[in-house]
Design a protein around this ligand. Structure first.
Ligand SMILES: [Mn+2]
Length: 294
């Protein structure tokens, strides 16, 4: 099989969909390698997808112009510089109404996307739905890192998002510092923790989203590592594959999704399960969006 998403537009300024690759892993705390995530996901996305998306019963971007952009030499940048570069690049494609699909890299790349979206939308009118094993609500990474990265680390992404004024919904949370849970409680963030009672219905999660506009950030470690093993900080338990598909269908069907990212894929030798799964999530999200727009 050699099918998948057609990258059919060489000029990203004319594209309806921009796949933006942000290979970066400098603040990773445990297993590095997410710098190789975007290329591996794109490879699966271009060549290993069934063209017809059975989950949405649609063809993603069939009539759309799809462009691919990579931020080169990003891993040489400091965390602050990296975030600024992602933001600057992301912002370029918002005036034309393009849907930007951001591929990490470690989770801190999403901070650039949030900064860009905050220039176009009022953050209080947007909810970020985070699928992740972690809260990423630390103020910095000094409590566990010997070489702290400061405020732009992969464990601070949602803290920075909340400070920008975005609403936050956390799904699959199951490893956190007490400080993070206290922050979530203090600020009334919607938390769907895994492994503390029954798994919520996808409908319950969507009902906790108070806005029409939604951004979906998928840290691949939010999934059960049985289906997504290649990631920097795997945690047992997590979202099951078909559950996540149901949740995405519910979100894309009932809300207006303005952006999405898939991060923390750290490819490993002799195994393509994680990048393939990540690519399928990308493909299905584009198809779900297409279905809603037609
Ligand atoms: Mn994360």
């Amino acid at each position: 099989m050699a099918t998948g998403l057609k990258i059919n537009c060489s000029d990203p300024y004319k594209a309806n969909v921009v796949v933006l690759c942000a290979p970066y892993d400098r603040t990773a705390s445990f297993r590095k390698g997410t710098v190789n995530g975007p290329a591996a996901i794109v490879e699966s996305l271009k060549y290993q997808m069934e063209t017809y998306d059975r989950y949405s019963q649609a063809l993603p971007a069939a009539e759309r112009k799809v462009a691919l952009r990579e931020l080169r030499n990003l891993n040489r940048c400091s965390p602050a510089r990296m975030v600024a570069r992602v933001k600057q690049e992301y912002e370029k494609y918002l005036p034309q109404g393009a849907f930007v699909l951001l591929l990490g890299g470690e989770h801190s790349v999403s901070t650039g996307a949030f900064g860009a979206l905050a220039t176009r939308y009022a953050p209080r009118e947007v909810t970020i739905v985070q699928i992740d094993a972690h809260f990423d609500l630390r103020d910095d990474d000094s409590d566990y890192s010997d070489t702290p990265s400061g405020i732009y680390a992969h464990c601070t992404v949602m803290r920075r998002a909340h400070e920008l004024g975005f609403n936050c919904v956390h799904v699959g949370t199951r490893a956190y510092a007490q400080e993070e849970m206290l922050y979530a409680c203090k600020h009334g963030l919607a938390v769907f923790e895994w492994g503390q009672g029954p798994v919520p219905e996808p409908r319950e999660i969507v009902e906790a989203i108070s806005t029409r506009l939604v951004y979906v950030t998928i840290d691949i470690d939010g999934f059960d590592p049985a289906c997504m093993p290649a990631t920097g900080t795997p945690v047992p338990g997590g979202l099951e594959w078909y559950y996540a598909i149901s949740l995405l269908k519910e979100i894309f069907g009932r809300k207006s999704v303005i952006g999405a990212d898939v991060v923390e894929v750290a490819p490993r030798p002799f195994d393509v399960l994680t990048e393939y799964g990540a690519a399928q999530l990308c493909y299905t999200m584009l198809a779900l969006r297409e279905k809603r727009n037609t």
